[in-house]
Structure formats: C-alpha cells, structure tokens
Design a protein around this ligand. Structure first.
Ligand SMILES: Cc1ncc(COP(=O)(O)O)c(C=O)c1O
Length: 340
C-alpha cells in the first residue's frame, strides 16, 4: 500500500530510533530530564522565543496554550476551517471555558478587515471580549496553504493593539519555512505563542512543543499538569525531537516536490478542482466531476493507494518521509489509469 492519508503516518528512521536508545533520562516533572531540557531550549532558540515546553500532541499544545492565554468567558477568535475549530473536540470551550468567535477565511487566509472589526467593536455590557486570536500555518484544510508573513504580522498587530494575544498553531510551521525560505522564527516573530508538531512531517513517533515568554511557559507547565501531560522520563520522546529539529527540517522540500507532482497530475483530470498546494498537502474538490470523493478513494484503493476521504466531494493526499519519488510516480500512473 502507498499510504497518502496523512503525514502522521511517518515512521521513525533507524537513526531516530537510535537517538531514543542513547537518550540521557531523568524525571521531567521535577524538570530533571536533560534531554527534555535540551529540546525545550533548542525549540525556543529556533523560534526566537524565551522558552519552550514539550507536550504530548498538537491538540494538547494548543489546549494548554489556550488555558494559559484565556479565562472563562473570554472570546477566542478562530478561523472557520481551522484545526482548533473543527478537530480538537471543542477543548478550547470545554476546558478553557472560552467563547469561540468564528471568522471565515479563504483557504485559511483571514481578511484583516474582519479581525479589525471583531477586535475594535466598542465595548458594551452585552459583548464577549476577544482576548486571543488563533492562526494556523500551514493551513491543513486549506491544502497545506502558507499563510504569508505579512498577513500574520498585520493580524497580530491588530489583536495586540486591541488587548488580544496571538497563538499560532504551527503544526506544520517548518513546512512553511522551508517552502518560503523565511525562517520559522521570522514567520512567528509577531505572535505570542506557537505550537509545532514533531509527529507529522518531522517524523517523530510522539510529541509537540509550545513556545512563548518565560512567564507563558511557567504557567503552561502547570496547565499541562492539569491535563495529564506531566511525563516522567520524557527524554525518550525528546531525543527524536532533537534528532528531527537537527536533521529532518530541510528534507521537507522533498515532500513539497512530491506534492507538486501529484497536484499537477490531478489538475489534468477533467473537472477536478485542486486547491493551491503550497507544501505537502493536496486537496481536491470533485463537485464538478462525475466522481465523488468516495469513488476516487475506492478506485485508488484497488490500485494499492490510500487517500483521505474528507467529505462527499473532497479528498486529500499528503506526502511525507517514507513516500518516495517512485511511489509518487506509481500513484500518478494509477491516477491517469483509473480517473482520467
Ligand atoms: C494544523 C493542525 N493543528 C493541530 C493538529 C493536532 O495535532 P495532534 O494530532 O498531534 O493532536 C493537527 C493534526 O493533524 C493539525 O493538522
């Protein structure tokens, strides 16, 4: 099977597994695991923030950040198609007690006018007060779309100048950095906190990291404990993280090239509407075609290819470490054979 369902299917390399075997360990709840301490310092430096914290997953990283930024009844501004809005079980409300204020985006890109309007509506007794703006880069449902730095900077300025903080769900921020040639630190320079995933294109089996000020991380460490994220010899998770941040970032360009090959091939299928494929995700809308997303998934599965069925007329292919150029060429042959 060639599995293109998600970059979360990436398996750790032999070298990454060896990093686990060789990790120096301690009790991380006591802040005595040297490998975790090293990883947290490394990510803080890479993202140009004061401090970092290892968490179990992207969802936990976003949740813990929300718990730190938000109080009960605060407004949290979310893009309609964002992962936090659609796929994190409403934790931002359930756990942080915040009220979601939803903004429409265009493949994840929000219009500064909409953010301005939310953040500058004059105070009155009835109104929910927005306290946090969440951004997502790259944007998953936008087809791995890169949110440009000037948009991030403009939206962040509006929020910051009007009493709001900004959290960036950067599950795939390094994909954006590699594709644009702008460092992750520069892309995130105007936001207050960032979550990045180790367990997607970077190839780790587990883990995410959050970064922000010393004070943000101090509070987040306590919030992580509340949601069961205080881990003991967590160096076995941190060691592959260090390996990934050192060795797995630049190679993301290979995944982007593979996605471009797939995107171009899919554009040749009649009435397939392919979303912009800036990085490693290709999403196709089949509304104008005779084929539903389910038809496509079934036909490709018979050829040994797995894709994600997202909605009746929407399917997704994702490239990652472990999907080779030969795999992509073989998928393209099958696309032409069974879909054309
Ligand atoms: C943009 C984005 N944010 C957050 C997450 C959540 O990460 P996790 O699955 O590690 O909880 C994902 C997962 O796919 C994602 O795509």
């Amino acid at each position: 099977m060639i599995d293109l369902r998600s970059d979360t299917f990436t398996l750790p390399s032999k070298e990454m597994m060896e990093s686990i075997m060789n990790a120096k360990l301690g009790d991380d709840v006591w802040e005595e695991d040297p490998t975790v301490i090293e990883l947290e310092a490394l990510i803080a430096k890479k993202l140009g923030k004061e401090a970092g914290l290892l968490v179990t997953s992207g969802t936990q990283g976003n949740l813990v950040s929300h718990m730190t930024h938000l109080a009960r009844g605060d407004g949290v501004v979310l893009e309609k198609e964002s992962h936090i809005n659609l796929y994190e079980v409403g934790g931002v409300s359930q756990v942080s007690g915040a009220y979601p204020m939803i903004v429409n985006g265009e493949n994840g890109l929000m219009d500064p006018k909409d953010i301005e309007s939310i953040f500058t509506t004059p105070y009155n007794v009835h109104k929910v007060i927005p306290r946090l703006l969440c951004l997502e880069n790259t944007h998953n449902r936008g087809g791995g779309r890169i949110i440009p730095k000037d948009n991030i900077d403009t939206l962040s300025k509006i929020a910051n100048e009007n009493g709001g903080s900004v959290h960036l769900d950067g599950a795939r921020l390094f994909n954006a950095a590699v594709a644009t040639g702008i460092s992750a630190a520069k892309l995130a320079e105007k936001v207050d906190s960032v979550q990045i995933c180790l367990s997607k294109g970077l190839g780790c089996p587990i883990g995410s990291l959050i970064v922000g000020t010393e004070d943000f991380i101090f509070k987040s460490r306590r919030n992580r404990k509340i949601v069961g994220g205080g881990m003991r010899q967590a160096g076995i998770i941190a060691a592959p993280g260090i390996y990934a941040l050192t060795n797995m970032i630049d190679r993301l360009a290979e995944d982007h090239n593979h996605a471009k090959m797939l995107g171009k091939a899919l554009e040749e299928i009649q009435n397939f509407n392919v979303k912009p494929y800036d990085t490693n995700i290709v999403i196709v809308d089949t509304t104008e075609s005779k084929l539903s997303a389910g038809d496509v998934a079934d036909k490709l599965e018979k050829k040994g290819i797995l894709v994600t069925f997202m909605e009746d007329q929407l399917f997704r292919m994702v490239t990652y470490f472990g999907i080779t150029k030969e795999d992509v060429e073989s998928v393209i042959s099958s696309i032409f054979e069974v879909l054309k």
